[in-house]
Design a protein around this ligand. Sequence first.
Ligand code: FES
Length: 259
Amino acid sequence: MKKAYMNIVSHEKIARNIYEMTLQGELVSLMNHPGQFVHIRVGDSLDPILRRPISIAKINKEEQTFTIVYRAEGKGTLLLSQKKIGDLVDVLGPLGNGFSINTVPTGEKALIVGGGIGVPPLLELSKQLNAVGIETIHVLGFQSKEDVFYEQQFLSLGDTYIATVDGSYGTEGFVTNVLNDNPFSFHTVFSCGPTVMLKVIEEKYSTNYPVFLSLEERMGCGIGACFACVCHRKDDPTGFTYRKVCTDGPVFPAGEVLI
Ligand code: FES
């Protein structure tokens, strides 16, 4: 992990309140694992509260760039959305433990399930899995057609199914509607998104498949300082031991922590 000022090389709105920002700099040389995140100072003030943990959506080593996708909805991310190409951004990272692609044997398939702002880190995951010969199936859930992003990028990597809650695009309902309607065959499940979705994925698949869940929605400070992200371990009936999502995760094997 290092801190650096990185140059914005692109920044655009890609869906309702959703922005994609690409940053360039040497820090990219440390970014290797899909599912890791960065801690970004979103404004120009020195107020440390104005850092936000944001997952890494794409890594491009040749161009020394990485991409983040965020929802502009609070004070911090609205400040971030005002930044322009050429501006410098204070980035701390990479942070956390990401998805391990070695858990899927070569030639097997992975099922990737994402919801809303949990979708971005799954793109780099899918890219890295495909690069080592693992086919990927993507099931992505959004509220509405206006919220859908990265469909083409996922399609370029494997079969991709979209669900929208209001039925305005793809399958009406939730990712589970797609999963229940399609008898996919796969070896391992990777998922990132709202806690309620992760719970359903854990219940549905963890008995028969390896399942890895990214709990990034549970993060606050992102650096182990605030305890907002603490999860109890499933194997500790006393409830006295815990795991921090930001430093022990955000990716955990299903069954390790109570979600
Ligand atoms: Fe603050 Fe983990 S997010 S301790």
